[in-house]
Design a protein around this ligand. Structure first.
Ligand SMILES: CC(C)(COP(=O)(O)OP(=O)(O)OC[C@H]1O[C@@H](n2cnc3c(N)ncnc32)[C@H](O)[C@@H]1OP(=O)(O)O)[C@@H](O)C(=O)NCCC(=O)NCCS
Length: 188
């Protein structure tokens, strides 16, 4: 839910050749946009994001995705306008871990918009918001088959401290101080 005095748009990124993607916190009325994004995503994207090739989400899971307790978690989405209609093209979320200095983190970019810089941009944008809340690092479990995400993380940091690999996943740790020196993309 948008909070009082909070500007709706956090940032925007004009993609080369269009369109412009605008970023804001997720809202409960985003349900149809998220449902559509999941319905039209590839099996691989859904598998890598949810660790299961879901095609739709149950009403209870949707409610959980949209009812954000901002004291504990942050979820931002990227939206375009196509022929006057809004489309959700990407999203990213972090959930604070109990100690409060770290958060679990995930990004999703719709297949139609991948490899155009949105993943990199979302990581910086979310890192800027997390640092402002006192969070020092992001942690994520990434499937070993998910080379796209692993490449993104490898490029984002030179440190592999805390990274470990099991049979199925990489546990990845990103120290945010190493990321946020760059332009965050936040609209002042
Ligand atoms: C992983 C993901 C978020 C990347 O988003 P994206 O917008 O395509 O990423 P970007 O365009 O910003 O690319 C950033 C870097 O990621 C890596 N990358 C992205 N797509 C890649 C691909 N197809 N092959 C190899 N590396 C790739 C590259 O290192 C790239 O940097 P480069 O373009 O300078 O080489 C996107 O593919 C996705 O949503 N995948 C499905 C969901 C998922 O896996 N989420 C992660 C859960 S933790």
């Amino acid at each position: 839910m948008q909070e009082r005095n909070e500007p709706e748009w956090l940032a925007e990124l004009p993609l080369t050749g269009g369109p412009v993607v605008r970023f804001r916190h997720v809202r409960p009325d985003d349900e149809p946009l998220i449902t559509d994004a999941i319905r039209t995503a590839s099996r691989e994207t859904l598998l890598h994001r949810f660790f299961s090739p879901i095609r739709s989400v149950s009403p209870s899971m949707l409610r959980q995705m949209l009812a954000i307790d901002r004291a504990k978690e942050t979820c931002i989405v990227g939206v375009t306008k196509e022929q006057g209609a809004a489309r959700m093209v990407c999203g990213a979320r972090y959930v604070k871990l109990p100690a409060g200095e770290a958060a679990e983190f995930a990004i999703t970019v719709h297949d139609d918009f991948q490899r155009r810089g949105l993943g990199k941009f979302l990581l910086k944008l979310l890192a800027g918001l997390a640092v402002a809340e006192g969070i020092q690092r992001f942690e994520a479990d990434v499937m070993n088959s998910n080379q796209k995400m692993l490449n993104l993380f490898r490029k984002a940091t030179s440190s592999r401290a805390g990274w470990h690999r099991t049979e199925d996943i990489h546990h990845v740790v990103l120290e945010l101080s190493t990321l946020t020196n760059q332009e965050s993309g936040l609209i002042p």
